[in-house]
Design a binder for this molecule. Sequence first.
Ligand code: XMP
Length: 322
Amino acid sequence: MNINECLSYDDVLLTPQYSNIKSRSEINIGAALDQNHNFAIPIISAPMDTVTEASMALKLGKMGALGILHRYNKIEQQLEMAREVRKNLPEDLPIAAAIGITGDYMERATELINGGVTILCLDVAHGHHVLMKNALSSIKDRFADKVHLMAGNIATKQGFKDLAAWGANSIRIGIGGGSICSTRIQTGHGVSTLQSVFECAKISKASGVKLIADGGIKNSGDMVKAIAAGADMIMVGSLLAGTTETPGEVIKNKDGHTYKVYRGMASKEAQMKWRGKTSSLEGISAFVPLRGSVSQVVNELSVGLRSGFSYSGARNIFELQS
Ligand code: XMP
C-alpha cells in the first residue's frame, strides 16, 4: 500500500512575490476553455438543482462567468432553460448544460445542442469509468467538434489522462471535497482536491485539456491557490448558494431569518426529488442564509482574485502559474 502525503487548501499559503503592478485594473483574471469559449471571470456554477437554472446561468453569462444548467429534470425542462438563456444572452456567449452517461443521455445531448448549448458537461460522481469512455466516444462520433465536452469528476493523473484520451476538452477535478459531500464518509474514497489539481496540472498543460477545480472552495483565497496549482477555472456550489438567482423557495424561521436549501445531488432529499428513490447516500442537505444577488457575490470574489494575483506579482493566470 502507498500512503502519500496530501495537501489541502487549508494546509497551503502562497508566498508573496515582488510586484510591479500599480493598479489591480492591470490584472486580467480571464480564462479560456478553448478558442471559442473565453471568460472574463474564471468561475463556473455547479450543475446542481439548488444552484444552476436559467436565472443563475443568465446572470453569470452576462458577467463573463459560466453557469451549467443541471440535468436533474426532464429533457424538455432543461431544454426550456437553455432556450431562455439563449434568447436573453448575446449569440456569441456560451451556454452550458449537464448530461449523464447512461439512459437518455444521447437524446438529451442532441436536444441541448440543437437548442443552442455549446458546452456539454458529462456530469457524474465517478467519472473515471468505462461508461464515461463510451459516452464521450459516442458524443464525439456524432457531434465531432461542434460542442465543447467537459467531463468528470476524477481525482487522479490516470483519470485525467484517460478522460483526455477519450475526448474530453476540459475535466472537472475533485472527489468528495465539496461542502455538501459525504462520499468520503460513505465510501472511504477521495483525494484532497488541491493535491489532485497539482498532480493533474502537468498533463493538462501538456495536452491543452483544461482543468477545472471543483468542490471545497470556501473563499477567493482558495480560488487563487487552485489556480496557482494549475486550475484553469473554478467550480463552486456553496459560494453561490443562497443567492437570489438560485432555484428554490425562500424559507423564513420563527426569528424572521431567511434561508434557502443547498444540497448535494446524492443527498436523500435530492435523490427523492429527481428519481423518487434513494441509492447510496453521498451528500447532505443544508439551509443556507440568503445573501443577495449573485453579481454582488461574484464581484467580491473577483476583487479577492485580483488582489491574490497582485500579491504574487501576476498580471494573469499564466503569470500566476509560472
Ligand atoms: P462546494 O464545496 O462548492 O462543492 O459546495 C460543489 C461540488 O460538490 C460536488 N457534489 C457532490 N459531491 N456528493 C458528493 O460527494 C453529492 O451529493 C454532491 N453534490 C455535488 C459537485 O462536484 C459540485 O460541483
